[in-house]
Design a protein around this ligand. Structure first.
Ligand code: UD1
Length: 416
């Protein structure tokens, strides 16, 4: 089941329920290690990254079980143990175990984390921030060893609002002695979700300004019952999927308040977008309008939706310019889209010009990373004929069941 077959050229129609957020649930699951009690995390998406995190928590001695759409984690009997290499190197989010384990037991030995191949993805910001909190890093048999005699608060200034580094500082900070003042924190909604979860457990975190957090460390944390918000990136994928393939859809429970830049972009592309208590209604234009798009840290346009906009603009009405400012190497789908007849010029590793064509034709293409893979499925929906997207295990890292969801919207999509 590593490929997806798509009969393209059918407009989307109907409604689809948006799954829980991948990027929100992963740090929350890691944070349950800090409670030494039982927590119930609801609305967890059944995606491979969540299964990997569950596997990591189990390897650490936690009792973890699924209950319908929730995961119950009892971390009271956690023990230090070898973290399964595959689960660590398979996803970038294993990195938040660094802050969580330092908070829980002051020492971690782990492989360097993996994730999508969308650029260098160094971890220098994580390391330098944690060093300021008393952590020493060494290498042990090719693995990263982090140890703190005593974690303490610090005044940290991030030169770039890294989401993962902000999460690690928060996770370590709630257990550290004293206050941690973090300037230049990332503003992504997933950070707010992590803080909300930790505060439900008894932590004290102040948002003392736009991107300034004060984490009052050293409080005892308790287990809690918490619901993960819906996934803004999955909602955005289906929204732009509709703008590309045509039709009109309702994205049930889409996290509207987190999607300002996405909705604005959809409108600039000619989509009619309405928001109600049910979610987001979108009606596609005759043909997507061309646009200038620049990705940026939140509240800017998310890098994770850049690929799907690129795919849609392949059939845009005119010439679009897209600039990626977060990750280099995030135009890996260009060659694949060209196999479908797209006309894309790469300016440099960070920008492309897309000359919209009237129609795309079906092709056999290869997914090489998560969001690019989902964008190729959208391109398949837009193309005339039967396309095949291979390498879909990447897509299943973040989309619970992209075939089911597009079928709900009337598309002819099957995993094969
Ligand atoms: C998270 C998201 C990912 C999203 C990204 C940006 C998760 C699991 N993943 O990834 O989906 O695309 O935020 O919104 O939540 N950087 C450094 N040094 C560091 C850390 C980061 O140079 O120590 C650079 C990265 O190479 C990248 C940029 O900072 O160019 C953004 O990275 P970061 O915000 O940390 O993204 P992630 O947390 O990896």
């Amino acid at each position: 089941m590593n490929s997806i077959r798509i009969q393209g050229g059918i407009a989307l129609q109907g409604k689809v329920l948006i799954q829980g957020s991948k990027n929100a649930v992963l740090p929350v699951l890691a944070a349950t290690l800090l409670t030494q009690e039982c927590s119930c995390i609801r609305n967890c998406p059944r995606i491979t990254d969540v299964h990997s995190m569950v596997c990591l928590l189990k390897a650490l001695g936690c009792h973890v079980c699924w209950q319908e759409r929730g995961i119950v984690i009892d971390s009271s009997r956690m023990r230090e143990g070898e973290l399964p290499q595959e689960a660590v190197t398979g996803m970038r989010s294993s990195l938040c175990l660094l802050g969580a384990l330092l908070g829980r037991c002051n020492e971690v030995v782990m492989e360097y984390p993996g994730g999508c191949v969308i650029g260098e993805r160094p971890i220098d910001l994580h390391l330098s921030a944690l060093r300021q909190m008393g952590v020493e890093f060494t290498e042990k048999a090719g693995k990263l060893r982090a140890a703190a005699h005593k974690l303490h608060g610090a005044h940290i200034r991030l030169p770039f609002p890294s989401v993962g580094a902000t999460e690690n500082i928060i996770l370590a900070g709630v257990m550290a002695e004293g206050d941690t003042v973090l300037e230049g924190a990332a503003l992504e909604p997933e950070i707010r979700t992590l803080c909300r979860f930790l505060c439900c457990c008894g932590a004290w975190i102040d948002c003392a300004g736009e991107n300034r957090l004060v984490i009052h460390g050293g409080r005892r944390l308790y287990g809690t019952d918490f619901t993960v918000p819906s996934d803004r990136i999955v909602a955005g994928t289906y929204l732009f999927g509709c703008i590309g393939a045509g039709g009109n859809v309702l994205l049930e429970h889409a996290p509207v308040e987190e999607m300002g830049a996405v909705l604005e972009t959809a409108r600039r592309m000619g989509g009619h977008v309405c928001v109600s208590s049910e979610g987001i209604y979108v009606q596609a234009p005759e043909r997507p309008h061309s646009l200038e798009l620049i990705t940026a840290p939140y509240p800017g346009f998310p890098t994770d939706l850049q690929s799907v906009v690129l795919a849609v603009q392949a059939m845009g009405d005119g010439c679009s310019h897209i600039r990626e400012t977060i990750f280099e190497n995030r135009f890996r789908i260009v060659e694949e889209l060209e196999k479908m007849g797209a006309c894309i010029e790469r300016k440099d590793s960070r920008s492309v010009t897309v000359r919209g064509v009237r129609s795309l034709h079906a092709a056999c293409v290869e997914a090489r990373e998560l969001r690019g893979g989902a964008a190729l499925v959208v391109a398949g929906l837009m193309a005339q004929g039967e396309s095949l997207v291979r390498g879909c295990s990447y897509i299943y890292r973040g989309y619970e069941n992209i075939c089911r969801d597009f079928r709900e919207l009337g598309a002819r999509v099957t995993s094969v």
